[in-house]
Design a protein around this ligand. Structure first.
Ligand code: AMP
Ligand code: TRP
Length: 333
């Protein structure tokens, strides 16, 4: 049976290899299965939980759409839209914030990481962000949510909120309880400069990530400069455990080549990093350059991108407003 897919990406610029291998690549495979119905959302309401420059935000919304399409998502087959233009998301988020419990949100590790040492200064939106994410998912009868490993806890919260709403209002199965789709291997791509930190849009050093808009020379240079250790490449997967940078680079290679770690290790065991890095750069250039070229081309076609969003918003609004009307009825409005 086909799946109902929903996922979101924040339009906060610098979409990178982690976004691609952890999430977007999976979106494309799900889009390509004719049985699935997919909704991919540019979550601009989530983006403003931290300060955004309005002009940059507008560009980043278009760039995220361009990235979806350049990666292979077909806007005729899947719905692509931006969250702020479908008001049901904000409405449902408010209602669900009255279902979610403080104790549940207090456990969210991403808030703790993002708010850092000064929680008093974090926006209220950053705290309640996972409730909005639950609203996104639950409005579309979603069965499966493809995300990177860092979103697992938010999905568990979404499941709790769905179940509590169904119980509180004695309406079994009103909200479908969605399943996460998280890749077993390589669901967390790490920084090229520090194998213990996740590759991230907000890391100050651009050398820490491969951006989906990087050109060939940038990719080659970044891999050349990527942190490694002094040992040759290992013979077994177990040996990688104490070598986070080596594990990350071999993981990236494996994910690009659709191989498991063991196979890649066999290919390179005993060789030195310079030889491996050359192969890795080659694989990256092969995968990323066509995407990066297409993103740049699409960014010059603003009207085309805006039309895709407009059409996507219309389709999304039809589904989401129907669901939110039912929520109103159930709640007693
Ligand atoms: P975001 O840019 O935070 O909206 O993330 C978009 C998607 O990319 C989410 O599904 C994340 O889980 C995924 N993602 C972000 N960073 C990484 C990473 N370093 N490794 C794997 N997946 C990631
Ligand atoms: N919180 C997700 C992230 O930062 C983005 C997101 C918002 C999302 N709404 C969603 C992901 C719904 C999946 C489903 O990556």
């Amino acid at each position: 049976m086909g799946k109902k897919i929903f996922s979101g990406v924040q339009p906060t610029g610098n979409l990178h290899l982690g976004n691609y291998l952890g999430a977007i690549k999976n979106f494309v495979d799900l889009n390509n299965d004719l049985d699935n119905e997919c909704v991919f959302c540019v979550v601009d309401l989530h983006a403003i939980t931290v300060n955004q420059d309005p002009k940059e935000l507008r560009n980043n919304i278009r760039e995220t759409v361009a990235t979806f399409i350049a990666s292979g998502i077909d806007p005729e087959k899947s719905i692509i839209f931006n969250q702020s233009k479908v008001s049901a998301h904000s409405e449902a988020a408010w209602i669900l914030s009255c279902v979610a419990r403080m104790g549940w949100l207090n456990r969210m590790t991403q808030f703790k990481e993002k708010a850092g040492n000064d929680k008093e200064k974090a926006s209220v939106g950053l705290y309640s962000y996972p409730v909005l994410m639950a609203a996104d998912i639950l409005l579309y009868e979603t069965t499966h949510v493809p995300v990177g490993d860092d979103q697992k806890q938010h999905l568990e919260l979404c499941r709790d909120i769905a179940q509590k709403f169904n119980n509180d209002f004695k309406f079994e199965d009103f909200f479908k309880v969605p399943e996460p789709l998280i890749q077993k291997e390589f669901s967390r791509i790490m920084s090229l400069k520090d194998g213990s930190k996740k590759m991230s849009k907000s890391e100050s050093s651009d050398l820490s990530r491969i951006n989906l808009t990087d050109d060939k020379d940038q990719i080659i240079n970044k891999i050349k400069k990527a942190k490694t250790d002094t040992l040759p490449l290992p013979e077994t997967v177990a040996e990688l455990e104490k070598r986070p940078e080596a594990k990350n680079l071999i993981g990236i290679y494996s994910s690009l080549a659709n191989k498991n770690l063991e196979k890649s290790i066999k290919e390179f065991s005993g060789k030195n990093f310079s030889e491996f890095k050359e192969k890795l750069s080659q694989a990256l250039v092969e995968k990323i350059i066509p995407i990066s070229t297409e993103i740049k081309k699409l960014l010059n076609e603003k009207e085309y991108l805006d039309t895709i969003l407009l059409k996507g918003c219309e389709k999304a609004d039809k589904i989401a407003s129907k669901k939110v009307n039912k929520i109103h009825e159930i709640v007693g409005f």
